[in-house]
Design a protein around this ligand. Structure first.
Ligand code: PGA
Length: 254
């Protein structure tokens, strides 16, 4: 059975953008614009906005989450934040291993594996981000890289835990570049990831472990991407900052 397209997970990643006022106004207006109140729309926001936005989103299908967390449950880690603290202020999911965390802040697969484990244990569902660089892409190493990232980052994850995780395939060369993978390319790669996930964790059904695509998703290419069998949702950076673009994608997902 194929996935149910109307259940596609749409996740915005605001990165380090917006003032508190802008963020609150966005969520307030998004609530009004959602045409299907039963379908969730996810937003990964800066830490300091989690609590006010979670309050603003109460009783709506908007789900607020974080963009990162530490692998430890607490301790002497100046400037860091724990999963439990995020839950405490209303976060309901967390992005882990985004390519910007990997490339700019030195997060390795080993660090990411620990964060995934902590997030699962804390009860904060993680979205694990993976993806190959342009150089890896051009030298034909994509599958090798994705297999390595998935197996290293999900090591120790049990089949019964799989439904608490999502994977986001984000080719690094497509993030913020305006150069998205084609729908066919995303489908082929995500079918490969699905097979790897079956081998690793024993799950194949998209409902049990959704695979999102991310990288230059816009209203213009979202629909085509979501038509693909193995694209269960979208992780959207730049286009999630605009209420018009994000609500268009959310409302037209199927
Ligand atoms: P983009 O970012 O949509 O701006 O390419 C995606 C992401 O970084 O998650």
């Amino acid at each position: 059975m194929g996935k149910r397209r109307d259940q596609a997970m749409i996740v915005g990643n605001w990165k380090m953008h917006k003032t508190r006022q802008e963020a609150l106004a966005f969520v307030k207006e998004l609530r009004q614009k959602l045409t299907e109140p039963s379908r969730a729309a996810y937003l990964a926001v800066p830490f300091t906005y989690i609590e006010p936005l979670a309050k603003e989103a109460e009783g709506s299908p908007i789900v607020i989450g974080a963009q990162n967390m530490n692998a430890a449950s607490e301790g002497a880690f100046t400037g860091e934040i724990a999963g439990k603290m995020l839950i405490d202020v209303g976060a309901r999911f967390v992005l882990i291993g985004h390519s910007e965390r990997r490339n700019l802040y030195g997060e390795t697969d080993e660090i990411i594996r620990k964060k995934i484990r902590r997030a699962i244990d804390d009860g904060l569902p993680p979205i694990l981000c993976i993806g190959e660089t342009l150089q890896e892409h051009e030298s034909g190493k994509k599958e090798e890289v994705l297999r390595r990232q998935l197996s290293a980052c999900l090591e120790g994850v049990q089949k019964a835990e799989a439904n608490r995780i999502c994977v986001a395939y984000e080719p690094v060369w497509a993030i913020g570049t305006g150069r998205s993978a084609t729908a066919a390319m995303a489908q082929e790669t995500q079918a490969f990831c699905r097979q790897v996930l079956k081998d690793l964790v024993g799950v194949r059904a998209s409902a049990d472990l959704p695979i999102l695509y991310g990288g230059s998703v816009k209203p213009e290419n979202a629909e085509e991407l979501l038509k693909q069998e193995d694209v269960d949702g979208l992780l959207i950076g730049g286009a999630s900052l605009s209420l018009a673009s994000f609500s268009e994608i959310v409302n037209h997902r199927g």
